[in-house]
Design a protein around this ligand. Structure first.
Ligand SMILES: [Zn+2]
Length: 284
């Protein structure tokens, strides 16, 4: 990936190295459930998340200075985030969707408070609609390279773009709409809705890659393959096979590897969010 022409985002909040005093056990809120779903995405048992969650209000925490980070890893993240800001800012303008309100991205290590409860590195990267922030512990990228066999800068950029896509869904009202529908749905139906949300985020990540490359020539040979490899590695079927040795389709929340590749590719080839209607699609 080539980021010479991309601007560093000012929306990075660096909380790495700060400690989180653990508060008491709190209520399980909607945010917790979102986090639990994210946990399932990365193959973490959601009960771990639900058990360790504490209410953010009960947690005594003083935010560290959180100034702009300046090491190679965080500057890379800032550039990718800046690139998504420019891409989505432009697309929101083109579609008359109003101003694109940029999300913030929190870098942390271990655990950190969020409006969705305590974020834990074991959950993998996630987006919290409650505070419009993406949470990222950089150890996930190392884990991706080592355990999931998805090294490469563009694979990392794809993960960030996927989380930013959840922010776009939030701004577009999709997240709220799905949450309302999910309340009346059976567990299986709710799960299928989650899959559609996730595949749409993959498609939006593809749309970003398309525009980023058109505007700033960010892609190098092999980059799309890197993203597709990452999409394959973190498909639910792969993760489940890895953790259980067999596949249970009803418990999928992010779609299979093939579905993730399909929707990312669709967004990337078209560069058009209208092609990302996973809710209207007959087949995923
Ligand atoms: Zn997701």
């Amino acid at each position: 990936m080539r980021l010479d022409n991309s601007r560093e985002s000012q929306n990075i909040e660096d909380r790495r190295g700060s400690r989180l005093p653990l508060g008491g056990r709190g209520k399980i809120g909607l945010g917790t459930i979102v986090l639990a779903l994210v946990a399932i995405y990365f193959g973490v048992d959601p009960s771990i998340v639900l058990q360790t969650m504490s209410d953010p209000q009960e947690t005594q925490y003083s935010a560290p200075a959180g100034g702009p980070a300046n090491d190679a890893e965080s500057r890379f993240v800032a550039k990718v985030l800046g690139d998504t800001e420019d891409t989505w800012g432009k697309l929101f303008q083109q579609h008359n969707w109003g101003n694109y309100q940029q999300p913030r991205l929190v870098l942390y290590t271990g655990a950190t408070p969020t409006a969705c409860g305590t974020g834990q590195a074991a959950m993998g990267p996630f987006y919290c609609p409650g505070d419009s922030k993406v949470y990222l512990d950089l150890s996930f990228f190392r884990q991706m390279a080592q355990e999931l066999d998805s090294p490469g800068d563009f694979a990392q950029a794809y993960v960030i773009a996927h989380e930013v896509a959840h922010h776009v869904q939030h701004l577009r009202g999709i997240t709220d709409q799905v949450d309302r529908l999910r309340q009346r749905a059976s567990a299986t139906q709710a799960n299928q809705m989650s899959v559609r949300v996730e595949l749409q985020a993959d498609c939006f990540a593809g749309v970003w890659a398309n525009h980023s490359n058109e505007q700033r020539a960010t892609l190098e040979d092999g980059d799309i393959e890197e993203a597709l490899d990452a999409a394959t590695a973190i498909g639910d079927d792969r993760l489940q096979k890895k953790s259980q040795g067999y596949v249970v389709p009803d418990s999928f929340t992010h779609g299979t590897s093939a579905q993730r590749v399909k929707w990312f590719t669709r967004g990337f080839k078209s560069g058009d969010t209208a092609q990302c209607d996973t809710f209207g699609a007959q087949s995923l």
